[in-house]
Ligand binder design. Sequence first.
Ligand code: NAP
Length: 438
Amino acid sequence: MSDYDLIIIGGGPAGMTAGLYAARANMKVVLFETKGTGGELNNTDLIEDWPGEESITGFELGEKMRKHAEKFGLAIEISGVKQVWSEGDRKVVELANGTRHSAYAVIVSAGGEPIKLGVPGEQELHGKGVSYCAVCDGAFFRNMDLAVIGGGDSAFQEGLFLTRFAKKLYVVHRRNDFRAQNILQTRLLGMDKVEAVTPAVVTRIGGNGEVKWIEVDRDGKIEKVPVEGVFIFIGFKPVGRHLFTKEHIEHDPNGYLITDQYMRTSIPGVYAVGDTRAQLAKQITTAVGDATTAVLHAERYIEELKHAERAFPEAPREEMPRVAQRMEPVRVEAGQTVVRQGDVSDAFYIVVRGRLGVFKREDDGNERQVNTLGTGEFFGEIGLLAQAPRVASVRALEPSELLRLDQDAFKELVSVSAATRDQLDKVARERLAANSRR
Ligand code: NAP
């Protein structure tokens, strides 16, 4: 089993951006993609809403993104992913060929697949006139009458592409209003060879081994529209959720993975970005933004996980992702007090960088320094374990970075791991004894 910092699942714009950022940050990273990189870009003819490129084909943009990520050392492997699960402090990714890989974090950028109409003839005539990709199949339908089904951006964008080949193009939609952007509507519906068929619900696709017609229900009236190609664009079904068969991952009613603002899913160490994530806009620009956020957070998460493991060597590894997920970074300036003697003990701290002094106020009111803490050391356990106020103050001696674990997360950890409780108890006893000797 090869071991990585980060595994990226899916090679669309989101996955390739995640790969670019991770490889450039020197993370040990691999990207698995089922078919070939590009994702939905390969199903899109012209892209006009990618800043800096007034007009570029989807394929060209995908290739540019791939080359850019590979220039920074991203390893791309063409291999389908079967499933993903947590094991200890790692995520295991099993490929369709049975090989397994592990990583501290996984970014799911698996996109989705087209939704099917579910009418008689659709499945039987798939590849024989029924298509879900105008860019891939449009050229086979030169000078033929065609139909696009759907009223969204995809139907209109792909419809525009199909006008290059179609003798006549019907835009068949179940309502009179289209949800596609106005600019796309004006362009497509303004063409002489384009005719809107609305409101029209497709009830059947038929022919003689190849598509020859579609049957539509127009307010109760059944009509046949003669066409030789039917291009269906009625939305998209995310696939990321199906990779998680062994543990629950939160998703919305349509199967889109739910994330927070850092693209974290409900499984610590698993991020979701792009079209597989529950969000407002399925755009290339938002997908690459998601991916950037996810990688920057994943780097932080991995560092926090390693710090947590050093601080709690006795804790079960499977607890560590949850602990790391609940750690908050804290920056303090020189002279800043982090905890104050006598205050309520509400958190545990690990020193990531810097130096802090531990100060104890004596009965005579004078304060003296009893300890110095540096990188990798921790504080705050005495009050938390005893459920008592802070026994000393901790002040930064230089600008420092800490990780803060709140008392609830701390309590949960020591309740599931007696060995961790014993380890921290021992440290607490030794520190108290050293304080009283000084
Ligand atoms: P979409 O926006 O969800 O539109 C799906 C269309 O199919 C809707 O018009 C819907 O009708 C219709 N539909 C859904 N189920 C149907 C059924 N069972 N039978 C018949 N019609 C059905 O999907 P999309 O067009 O694939 O776009 C997906 C996302 O990608 C959107 O967020 C879109 O903005 C984005 N996108 C953007 C661009 C771009 O140029 N920036 C290009 C492509 C896609 P109703 O309207 O009646 O619900």
